[in-house]
Ligand binder design. Structure first.
Ligand code: GTP
Ligand code: MG
Length: 451
């Protein structure tokens, strides 16, 4: 096998609307590898599953492929709710190297499907689309784990017709959103034409095809990104800040470049001055089957990108999801602190003289919200991370333009003492956990007020 040690594992994000089957797809990919005796080689990380190349190749049913691909494996990232993904994407540009957008073939496009596509387009991330749940098509005759064409050819003409109709609706929707696509076996260049793969995350039909296409894309990615420094200082993005019994505040993070070791000095992004601390423990979750919480993590001395890990360290309170974690040495510390500080400040968005106030739960979601509002030409006066406070209300109240005396909150709460202020000032507050709905609600309200 031509796997080189210093190659970075490509990160593959699975995205799509709620319930369209992201987790089931990953379960299927994981499970199939377990069935084929690879259990020991599969690591279940925090929100991330590392699947070694050998398991992928076996699933594709073509062992000869091992010589063809240099990819060490794929790090799949599940995205529970769309904002988590924007958080993931927000730092390092290349955090998700590739993506799978999943759409329920029976339901078609939904708001988070569209949002996923927009995010990928904005970051120029190569992706494939899977049209999931083909087994739910009326009359479907399931062929467990079969490649798509094998299964397709075993269906009655009527069922094939239903699949084609639904399939081309997906292709049509992609076209409406500016993407040219076709069934993956008719696509030559996956970076210019989106491949769409009909699958079932439950029966496994089409999964070999999906893995093959992903390997092809991953190989392309590696060829253009061999400069990644698997030996250099670790750089990662915080997924979640969590209290863990016995460990205190911990960070779940995706390390996307370099090495992170126990004892390393790290700089962590937060709302104020970046946190400087020392890694007390690097923890990797053990195999999925071990459910005992206290026993779930294994201490390791170091990890290499790309990998999902939990770390514990003193003084992590205030660390920001979506912020970065960078390893520093005595020589680089000042520069690294400066870098992390700038990354956070970049998010303190260029603001307009007058405009609405926006609040969001993470840096990633704030960025996504700002981008969407800018697309709609809605001016923003102030944008930051955190719950809606008294001060936010008072500042919004002071704005003269009634259409700007507004707070738009994504996935945040109104702090208790600010609730009363909302009532007494009459400042209009919009809150939602779907970005599009927030923007629609705001626009509808403006229209209503003007009418
Ligand atoms: P969120 O994490 O909530 O966004 O959902 P998800 O996209 O991860 O969906 P999940 O995998 O949890 O699947 C939602 C439901 O759809 C579950 O009941 C699955 O069993 C079912 N499901 C997923 N894929 C398939 C499929 O291919 N066929 C059928 N019949 N059911 C499926
Ligand atoms: Mg899920």
């Amino acid at each position: 096998m031509v796997v080189k040690d210093n190659l970075r594992t490509p990160i593959v994000c699975v995205m799509g609307h709620v319930d369209h089957g992201k987790t089931s797809l990953l379960d299927m990919i994981r499970g199939s590898a377990v069935v084929s005796g690879e259990a020991g080689a599969i690591t279940q990380h925090i929100g991330a599953t590392e699947v070694p190349i050998s398991a992928i190749v076996e699933k594709c049913g073509n062992p000869g492929l091992l010589d063809k691909f240099m990819v060490p494996g794929l790090l799949f990232i599940d995205t529970p709710g769309h904002h988590a993904f924007t958080t993931l994407r927000s730092r390092g540009g290349a955090l998700a190297d590739l993506a799978v957008v999943i759409v329920d073939i029976n339901e078609g496009f939904k708001p988070q499907t569209i949002e996923s596509l927009n995010i990928l387009q904005q970051h120029k991330t190569p992706f494939v689309v899977v049209a999931n749940k083909i087994d739910k098509i009326h009359g479907w005759n399931p062929q467990k784990g079969a490649p798509f064409m094998t299964s397709y050819n075993k269906q009655s003409e009527h069922v094939r017709g239903s699949l084609d109709t639904k399939f081309y609706e997906v292709v049509g929707e992609l076209y409406n959103h500016g993407f040219s696509s076709d069934r993956y076996d008719r696509v030559n260049d996956f970076q210019h034409n989106i491949g769409v793969i009909p699958i079932s995350a439950i029966t496994g039909e089409g999964i070999p095809d999906l893995l093959m296409v992903l390997l092809g894309l991953a190989q392309r990615f590696l060829e253009s990104n061999l400069h990644y420094n698997a030996e250099g200082p670790g750089v990662g993005t915080v997924l979640e800040v969590k209290e863990e019994r016995g460990l205190g505040t911990t960070l779940d993070l995706i390390l996307y470049d370099g090495v992170l070791k126990k004892g390393d000095t790290i700089v962590v992004g937060c709302l104020g001055e970046p946190i400087q601390t020392k890694v007390r423990a690097v923890l990797k979750p053990r195999a999925l089957s071990e459910i005992n919480v206290e026993d779930k993590f294994k201490q390791v001395s170091k990890v290499t990108a790309a990998v999902g890990v939990k770390i514990s360290a003193p003084h992590l309170d205030g660390a920001l999801s979506g912020g970065s974690v960078r390893v520093a040495t005595a020589e680089t510390l000042d520069a690294v602190v400066e870098e992390v500080r700038n990354e956070i400040e970049d998010v303190q968005i260029d603001t307009d003289q007058s405009g609405i106030t926006i609040k969001a739960d993470t840096i990633g979601s704030l960025e996504a919200l700002v981008n969407e509002l800018k697309k709609e030409d809605i001016p923003i006066r102030k944008a930051n991370v955190g719950d809606i406070s008294n001060r936010d209300i008072m500042e919004a109240f002071a704005i003269e333009d009634p259409f700007h005396s507004v707070i738009v909150g994504f996935n945040v709460n109104i702090l208790p003492d600010a609730k009363e202020k909302v009532r007494s000032t009459g400042v209009k507050v919009f809150m939602n956990d779907v970005i599009y709905r927030l923007i629609d609600d705001y626009r509808d309200w403006v229209k209503e007020q003007r009418a």
